[in-house]
Design a protein around this ligand. Sequence first.
Ligand code: NAD
Length: 471
Amino acid sequence: MHHIEQVYINGEFVTPHGTERFDLYNPATARVIGQVRLADAVDGERAIAAASAAFPAWSKTTKQVRIAALQRMHAAVAARHDDLLEAVVEEYGAPASRSAWMASYPAEVIAQAIVALEAFEFTTVAGAARVEMTPLGVAGLITPWNSDAGFICGKLAAALAAGCTAVIKPSEMSALQTQIVTEALHAADLPPGVFNIVTGRGDTVGETISRHPHVAKISFTGSTRTGKAILRKAAENFTRVTLELGGKSPTLILDDVDIKQAIPLAVQAGLMNSGQACVAGTRILVPQSRKAEFEQALAQAIAAVKSGDPRDAKTVVGPMVSERQWQRVQGYIQKGLAEGARMLAGGVGRPEGTRDGWFVRPTLFTDVHNQMAIARDEIFGPVLCVITYRDEAEAIAIANDTDYGLSALVLGGDSGRARCVAQQIHAGRVLVNTLTHEPKAPFGGFKHSGVGREMGAWGISAFMEPKTILG
Ligand code: NAD
């Protein structure tokens, strides 16, 4: 059993004021594997006070000092790779394909922030004026459970690069991963108070951070619903916000595609992170003229996906993170059937050969129209829809007929044509015949998928305000 009894405030591991114990689970067995003592509003206040006290000195540090600090963070987080790998399998149920990335990305994202900071221009000239990029102040960083260490390290590295100090409120469901990252960051020997990590509930610590007048910036990754609530609260103090929210991304397959190349990309896009990915391509748009061919190939591919024990090397889809998430996925599969969609693979219940864990069957529906709940709501599980279109214009219209706008994938034989389609899709990121990521480019959503951008120079600027100096 793991027991996490302390939070991290002002450069020290301290016993929180909060006394609530929260159970931690292994989603592959549905058994309790530990407990975390949660921070409360008082701890949130203390962390904000520590970050406020550290801000004047940190905001005046040179680029070289910040780069050196980020390099120490990078080395310290990279040194805990193996511990993180074990934690993401035990606490999150990430299968091999995902866990390797989840253990290495936290250090990588710090390295990417170093590259961005090295090139960052803090002072520029605009006509007769000098424009100085000025750090905002204390940043509240609120993160979800589906990539705990990656989000903590990415947001913190950008905030510190900008000259902000930080209070981090990770998900209460990822306390083992958070503990390892916190120990690593402590070993990086930053000045006390520059970053503080208080694991607690959203409605206590999260609320305290989003309402607090001494928090100048909130960077939040999580659900659209929580993002909206944070935006409302932030209005009170004009707190700046970056919101990275949900998605219902289209995978638009053009009629000239090579089906053999398209299917693996579409399946991977739809099922990434066991379907618990904000960018997952869950609406697969196929030409009406090739419907039967795509249905057959997609059904075969999804039925062949192994869902089960994350420690089995063949597993592609691991368990859902919690019983609540498992119920949510079951509910949407039932809803799809009730709405009249036709099931081509998967279904309700657990996959064969699995028992107690929160395992689900990767599920594919066809005869879906874009107004069905399974086509509109972010399910956050491996449930995919096939939607047909008659021509390119209709395909683009369906792709854009969503509240979300985080990501999209266009697959086509003629890459010039596919890029032209990509330009007409309303999303923060459109991938054409690839699933690769570019960390130097901005990441974020249109419409209900969020506000603002992370990564690269955009990510650092998000923690700053331009100040114009004349004369
Ligand atoms: P969530 O919104 O429930 O929680 C996210 C974080 O916000 C947690 O730390 C939670 O404790 C906190 N929180 C909850 N209520 C709060 C409140 N009232 N005030 C302040 N903080 C509060 O989301 P989740 O279930 O942890 O994560 C899944 C969601 O995250 C999905 O919708 C997914 O699409 C989204 N997500 C988005 C991205 C992206 O980059 N766009 C990436 C990953 C996940």
